[in-house]
Design a protein around this ligand. Sequence first.
Ligand SMILES: Cc1cc2nc3c(=O)[nH]c(=O)nc-3n(C[C@H](O)[C@H](O)[C@H](O)COP(=O)(O)OP(=O)(O)OC[C@H]3O[C@@H](n4cnc5c(N)ncnc54)[C@H](O)[C@@H]3O)c2cc1C
Length: 253
Amino acid sequence: MAKEMTDKLAGAVALALTVDEVADITPRLRAVWLTTEVDDFSYEPGQDLMLHIPAGDEHIRRRYTIRRVDDRGRIEIWFVLHGHGPAAQWASAAAPGDRIDVIGPRGKVTVVPGRDWHLLAGDDSGIAALLAMAEAVPPPATAVVVAEVEGPDDEVEATVAVQWLHRNGAPAGDNDLLERALTTLELPPGEGHAYLAGEKATVKRLRTLLEGRGLDRDHQSPKAYWDRTRANAGHGEPLPDGWTGPEPGARRP
Ligand SMILES: Cc1cc2nc3c(=O)[nH]c(=O)nc-3n(C[C@H](O)[C@H](O)[C@H](O)COP(=O)(O)OP(=O)(O)OC[C@H]3O[C@@H](n4cnc5c(N)ncnc54)[C@H](O)[C@@H]3O)c2cc1C
């Protein structure tokens, strides 16, 4: 296995999980609670699981953030029900007793220590990550959360303050709500770090915008979660712009 892959998967294990409960927390966001037979499952807030999603006769991989592990040891995941794609369809049909294989926890974007403030911004797909990390910000540092959703019914209850932005019918991943909000947002005093999670082109524009506001690349953790122009690749992430090689993680004949 290549060194980079080994590093990315450090601490990750293969797990067979069982759906225990399913509930819609908003019209577009479905929570799924998964049980594991591993009793010492641990993770860093912000980390995710690589799900092996059934797709016809095969399985494809998709990444989903661990919202939390509850006091019964169940892993909670929030799926955007965006209507297309094997993962969204799996979540739409998920029922107690369903089994799913995953690899995790994985992912390097977690709360950076030693900063005075943390800006966490993204769309519906990033809400689990933004809230998990905001809840983990150590006092006296402050968390500023900005989340784009469809409308008031799509806001979720949170123990941290959230500035909700409403699309009100504008297309997900193809609007400037987050850009306008981050342009005028008053940043707290001191040294900060930004975490961006959402549609690929939007995340790229937000990263540039924040650089213009003095937050250099070392103090940003941008992560493209999905691509409005095409499905995620076989390794579960959007392909980089201009990618012409074989799909990373795709099955070879
Ligand atoms: C590290 C990481 C963590 C993630 N955590 C979460 C999470 O906690 N919750 C979550 O919901 N997503 C999360 N995502 C995003 C999720 O993996 C993608 O949305 C993925 O594309 C969903 O797979 P799919 O099979 O449903 O759709 P795909 O087969 O990838 O795409 C099918 C179609 O759906 C569109 N599409 C994909 N996602 C969305 C969306 N969110 N809104 C509107 N259209 C969409 C695509 O543009 C494409 O046209 C995460 C991604 C990464 C990389």
